[in-house]
Each structure stands twice: as C-alpha cells, then as structure tokens.
Design a protein around this ligand. Structure first.
Ligand code: MN
Length: 247
C-alpha cells in the first residue's frame, strides 16, 4: 500500500476475462485488492491466483443472489471459513427478483456471521441491497460480533439505517457509481473518515473500475486534496487488513 498505491476493497478479479493477468496487474500497479468471490467453489482457485502476490487478498464468498441455487454449498462455505480471513461477497438482497429467497438468504447469512464471530478477526464484505435493516439485525444480534469486521459494500440504505450501521461499527467501501447518485453522495459525506474505503466492484456493476477517478471525485465531494483522501483510506485498508492478519 503506501503513498504510491491505492486499494480496491471489493473486486471480482475471478470474473474478469483473464483472471490470472488481472491478479498480476494488481501487483504491477500496486493496488491492494480484496478479491471477492461468489461461490465457495471458487476459493481454491482464488487462493492459487493470489499465492505469492501480497497485493491480492483472496476472499471466500457466497453471493446472496446465488444462495437459492447454491444453498447446498453452505456447508463447504462454513468449513472453508476456518482458513479464510476475508469473507465476501456475502449478505442479503431484498430486490424483487431475489425477495422469494430472502428467508433462506437470511438463515445462510446468519450462519456465516455466527461462524465469523466465533472464529474472530474475519473481515466481511457485505452486500445489503434493499435489505439493510435485516443485514444490520444479523450483525447486531450475533453474540460474538466482536470478531466480525463488517464492511458494507455499496451501501444504499436509508439515513436511519446508515446511522445504525455507524453505531454498530461498520466500515463502508465506496465506488464510482455511488458518487453519481445524489442520495449516496450525501451519505458518503457523512461517513466517518476512519471507516471509509474505496472499491470498484468490477467487473459487475462498477464498469472498468477507475479507482483514481473515484478518489478524485471523492476529494471534490469532501473538499479535501486527493492525496489526503488516498492516504486516509489506504491507512484504513491497512488497519483493517492487519486486524484480520492478527487473528
Ligand atoms: Mn460485488
């Protein structure tokens, strides 16, 4: 990390056209990257792509949009969590096309959060589209939530859900699409500076994921020099990653 690098706290490197090259390019361009995945079957490959490349942090995931078809993978997910310090993409999706599986998604998410809390020192990259309250309920009621370092990826909840997330100690990873939404912009201005992170969510919704442009737009929004935002968010990423490494 450091002054010559940026970080990307939510990126689907394994869904890109040439994943092996993408992992190497993160090293070449010094972009510390949380490499999230959508199924635990992707874990071994993610680990091997990230092997020997300290810039890429492989995460173990089970995407909420896939839970309905992949709920048989929950056992594998929970087993592999003992060797994975970074967990994502996980969470809940309450949008119309996934609402029918919301109860199932919730049971799965609860098991993952419980297991993360029991293991301790797990960094979670969490999807919460149209289900922010339910996501926060699960985090709040986890009896061992001290072990859960929750990063809300592309958070789009209400003002009161946002305030609740802050009080629960959540972190926020922010992308370029969020900076194009007036509602998200006013939330981003209110994110405490010490829990703010940058993400691309590439290649799904984040386009080609121009992290530099996200940083410069963020600096405009916050009225601070880009170098200051970069240093602050990078220090946050370093701090969060080291919490997981210590566990
Ligand atoms: Mn994603």
């Amino acid at each position: 990390m450091g002054s010559d690098g940026v970080h990307d706290f939510h990126c689907h490197l394994d869904l890109m056209a040439d994943p092996a090259a993408e992992y190497l390019s993160r090293q070449k361009y010094r972009v510390t990257t949380l490499a999230v995945t959508t199924t635990p079957r992707a874990w071994q490959q993610n680990m091997s792509w990230a092997d020997g490349n300290p810039w890429t942090k492989p995460a173990l995931g089970l995407h909420p949009e896939l839970v309905e078809q992949a709920h048989r993978e929950v056992g594998l997910m929970l087993d592999l969590m003992s060797e994975a310090h970074f967990i994502g993409e996980i969470g809940l999706d309450g949008s119309p096309q996934h609402a029918s599986s919301l109860d199932l998604q919730r049971r799965v998410f609860r098991e993952i959060v419980l297991r993360a809390g029991a293991l301790g020192g797990r960094v979670l990259s969490i999807h919460s589209r149209r289900a922010a309250t339910q996501v926060l309920d699960e985090i709040e009621t986890c009896p061992t939530r001290g072990g859960v370092l929750a990063v809300l990826h592309w958070f789009s909840g209400s003002a009161s859900e946002f305030a609740r997330a802050i009080s629960l100690g959540c972190w926020f990873s922010v992308n370029g699409s969020m900076l194009s939404s007036a509602r998200s912009r006013s939330m981003i201005e209110a994110i405490p500076r010490d829990v703010l992170l940058i993400e691309s969510d590439a290649p799904l919704r984040g386009g080609k994921g121009d992290l530099r442009s996200t940083l410069s737009r963020l600096s405009e929004l916050l009225g601070l020099p880009s170098s200051e935002i970069e240093a602050a968010t990078d220090a946050n990423a370093t701090r969060l990653l080291s919490c997981a490494a210590l566990a």
